[in-house]
Design a protein around this ligand. Structure first.
Ligand SMILES: [Zn+2]
Ligand SMILES: [Zn+2]
Length: 286
């Protein structure tokens, strides 16, 4: 028997925020931008920080005239996101939990559809808005995801954030981690560049590098902190890209630009090799 160590949260598009119909038009947008949020989990007590889970959208009962009026797409039922618990307040009345999204499938346009969700979760949750799932079920979610290939989509810009009273570019560590995972923890210059086994994940150690450097954040209409712009590199290739001589940097850039230009386009980031080279000569080789 596997343990019920995972969380199940349901979003009911017509009553998600429970504050009356006027809030219902925000559900599509909120789900799309879902990153870190708090969620009421009144009757669940066995929650811990680091606990993972899934968010499922149930039937979208918002009336058609309403959807039309706000030009909203009817939400299909299915699994929309995976998350991790980052904070928990069992003392509060609604026992609210703070979750951080690991993969926002809705944003990536790859939700696990109704049929598949049903085959994974069974009927257990049809009338429950929250509960526990076991590790076998959670594994099935990940297996289902592997069958739906990752898709690049433009990510809206959030703007600069203030950290220690300084303005910094927002970075989502999860984007990097997902990018490294997608590259199978191999160096994208040469798969033979194996390093050592990393303590954090027992995988070949690689580093994430933003092909369009993060300090170019405000020069683009969409976020550059996205998987399409993050390259998995061995430490040597990475340091060379930052500190090597121009001819070597060019070789690496050429290769990476070639392999990524289409993906960059599909996330709304347009840049020529020439422009990219100029950034590297100016910004990184100091
Ligand atoms: Zn770098
Ligand atoms: Zn390498």
């Amino acid at each position: 028997m596997s343990e019920n160590n995972y969380l199940y949260l349901m979003c009911n598009p017509d009553k998600w925020f429970g504050e009356g119909a006027e809030k219902n038009y925000q559900v599509n947008e909120l789900l799309y931008n879902l990153d870190e949020t708090s969620w009421g989990v009144s009757h669940l007590k066995n929650i811990f920080i680091g606990m993972q889970g899934i968010i499922k959208v149930s039937r979208d009962d918002r009336p058609l005239y309403f959807l039309d009026e706000y030009n909203l797409k009817k939400l299909e039922s299915g699994i929309y996101a995976t998350f991790e618990v980052v904070d928990f307040h069992p003392d509060k009345k609604d026992g609210s939990v703070t979750i951080k999204v690991i993969e926002n499938l809705f944003r990536e346009d790859r939700i696990i559809d109704k049929e598949k969700s049903k085959s994974i979760l069974g009927n257990k949750f049809s009338s429950q808005s929250q509960g526990y799932i076991n590790s076998d079920t959670f594994k099935l979610v990940y297996e289902a995801l592997k069958e739906i290939p990752y898709k690049d989509v433009p990510k809206p810009i959030k703007g600069l954030i203030v950290e220690d009273s300084k303005e910094v570019y927002p970075r989502d560590i999860q984007e990097k981690e997902n990018a490294l995972k997608l590259a199978n923890y191999q160096c994208e210059i040469d798969k033979e560049h194996t390093t050592f086994t990393a303590r954090v994940n027992n995988k070949n150690y690689v580093e994430g590098h933003h092909l369009i450097p993060i300090n170019q954040y405000d020069k683009f209409p969409y976020d550059i902190d996205v998987q399409a712009n993050i390259i998995s590199l061995c430490p040597t290739c990475h340091r060379q890209l930052h500190s090597g001589i121009n001819t070597d940097v060019d070789k690496i850039l050429n290769k990476l630009y070639d392999s990524r230009k289409e993906r960059l386009m599909s996330v709304g980031l347009e840049i020529t090799l020439d422009e990219l080279q100029k950034i590297y000569y100016k910004e990184l080789l100091e």
